[in-house]
Write a protein that binds this ligand. Sequence first.
Ligand code: FES
Length: 79
Amino acid sequence: MDARCAHSGGPLCDGDIEEADGVLQVFCPWHDYDFNLKTGKSSTGLEQQVYEVKLDEGNVYVKHSGELSLQPFSQVKET
Ligand code: FES
């Protein structure tokens, strides 16, 4: 899921994750909008971009732009 909230760009990556009725949701710390972690949909009608994730031998791969990242997430360096 994108780290920036689809509402006003809040830090969704810092949101609380809660389970309700078997569904994992993240709550944005700015305005408390909920987003389903699997679908990206919110009860507000907004939708957050989500990405397919693959775990392989302890590495995390995120599918974007049609290809799986060639670098494990844990090895990506910020520039
Ligand atoms: S910026 Fe995330 S709910 Fe408003």
